[in-house]
Design a binder for this molecule. Structure first.
Ligand code: C2O
Ligand code: CU
Ligand code: CU
Length: 464
């Protein structure tokens, strides 16, 4: 297997290729498909009560076999990549007894879950959990959907090293499908020996894009499906910076869910763009005969600075198993009832900017670079429109904690989201109701290099 690791170019390139940062985006290492585990490990529920899910979770260093014969030392939840999949029903109490066995402090943030501020795992509400220390996260899960968890301390480093897991919350009206599985997408930047490579300042500016694509923690794994079946994939983009433009050649994809659960009606598309932090629930019918295989692909996407120059990359293989074909379940015509949010009473504008150049990139929102920021203030219960103005030459995936939102412009969309792409030079408007949870909430770019270099802010929501 040939490794083409263009990270080695970086030192020479710093002087030479100003303006041609595409050179800094490494080529992807393609490996043959490998049988073995595809699905993530289910967390064990330690509490017998039917409406309480109690999980013990430990962050620790572990060796992970990313491809046959290639083992990398990673930071993991419970030794697994991805970490365990916690499953709950809407309204359940989730209790996570967490132990930090890493060499540095960490927290857990429950991305997309509307938790009380004290459980959100961010600096404003929780001191980082020291090595050897424990913390119990406990909250009710109010919404069905595909959620994930990750640290909110040095997230560019800690998430890249492998700290992420999923939280699947099911509602009473899930569509009947042949399979229902989580697929966590990631990319790692590895050196020739498959150890995790360092980040240089140019990568910090563009966002650290890896050279090894992982689906559920493995390079080019195989998802077995029964022919004829209707298969549900709950995709999560856990990469630091890579945009996954997913497609399955020859197949239409049926999107049934966004970040915050089911959409009102299924949407037929040819591809799904998943930016860092986002989720999409997708249905696919497995056509073809037993043993036939197709590759899920990530198509080229230009998020600025030469990122569009890269060819299509393989994500994982979908292979028909040897079972007799099953009758294809019908996709329900209606999935969920979501009311469009009424008009907002508060308008805000947030301007995303970058400065400092290639050597010391820094990022800001409304001229302020985190942590030197003044929190925005808001009133609990208010409806607000946020215009996110991207003044930079690259896309930024914008994420709001604590509250879900609906898109207003450039195109209105009645679906719940918590993370949205703001294309280079463009403006996106979303509407949110600041309901249920007062406190200090973060918002930031989910390219983690950008977040950790200042593109973060806080919203203080006060009870009236
Ligand atoms: Cu997924 Cu503030 O993060
Ligand atoms: Cu979040
Ligand atoms: Cu960004």
């Amino acid at each position: 297997m040939r490794l083409s690791v263009s990270v080695a170019l970086s030192a020479a390139c710093v002087a030479a290729c100003m303006g041609d940062m595409g050179m800094m985006i490494p080529d992807v290492i393609e490996v043959p498909p490998s049988p073995g585990r595809f699905d993530t490990a289910a967390a064990v529920d330690l509490d017998p009560a039917p409406t309480v899910v109690e999980v013990a979770l430990e962050a620790r260093v572990a060796s992970v076999e990313l491809a046959p014969g290639h083992v990398t030392s990673m930071w993991t939840y419970d030794g697994a990549l991805p970490g365990p999949r916690i499953e709950a029903n809407v309204g359940d109490t989730v209790r996570v007894r967490f132990t930090n066995s890493l060499p540095e402090a960490t927290t857990i943030h429950w991305h997309g879950v509307r938790v009380p501020a004290a459980m959100d795992g961010v600096a404003a509400t929780q001191a980082p959990i020291a090595p050897g220390a424990t913390f119990t996260y406990e909250f009710v899960v109010p919404d069905a959907g595909t959620f994930w968890f990750h640290p909110h301390v040095r997230s560019d480093v800690q998430v890249e090293r492998g700290l992420y897991g999923t939280l699947v919350v099911r509602g009473p009206d899930e569509p009947a499908t042949t399979t229902d599985r989580v697929v966590v997408l990631d990319d790692l930047l590895i050196a020739d020996d498959w150890s995790i490579a360092d980040t240089d300042t140019m990568q910090a500016m563009v966002g650290r894009q890896g050279n090894l694509i992982l689906a559920n923690g493995r390079a080019h794994p195989i998802a077995l499906v029964t022919p004829g079946g209707l298969h549900r994939y709950r995709f999560v983009n856990a990469a630091n910076a890579r945009y996954f433009r997913l497609a399955l050649p020859g197949h239409r994809l049926t999107v049934i869910g966004t970040d915050g659960g089911l959409v009102p009606a299924p949407r037929e598309v040819d591809e799904v763009l998943l930016v860092p932090g986002q989720r999409a629930d997708v249905l696919v019918v497995a056509t073809g005969a037993a043993g036939e295989a197709l590759e899920w692909q990530s198509l080229p996407y230009d998020r600025g600075h030469g990122t569009g120059d890269k060819p299509t990359a393989t994500v994982f293989q979908q292979r028909n198993d040897d079972a007799a074909p099953v009758a294809t379940p019908a996709v329900p015509a209606t999935l969920a009832t979501i009311a469009a949010l009424p008009a907002a009473t508060v308008q805000r504008e947030l301007r995303l900017a970058e400065s400092g150049g290639h050597h010391a990139p820094t990022f800001s929102i409304n001229g302020e670079t985190f942590p030197a920021i003044t929190p925005l203030t808001a009133r609990l219960g208010d409806l607000e429109d946020w215009s996110i103005v991207n003044t930079t030459g690259m896309d930024h995936p914008f994420h709001l904690h604590g509250f879900r939102f609906q898109l207003i412009a450039p195109a209105a969309d009645v679906a719940w989201r918590d993370t949205i792409n703001i294309p280079a030079g463009q403006t996106v408007v979303f509407r949110t109701r600041l309901e249920d949870h007062p406190g200090r909430w973060m918002f930031h770019c989910h390219i983690l290099e950008h977040a950790e270099r200042g593109m973060m802010g806080e919203l203080e929501v006060a009870a009236p």
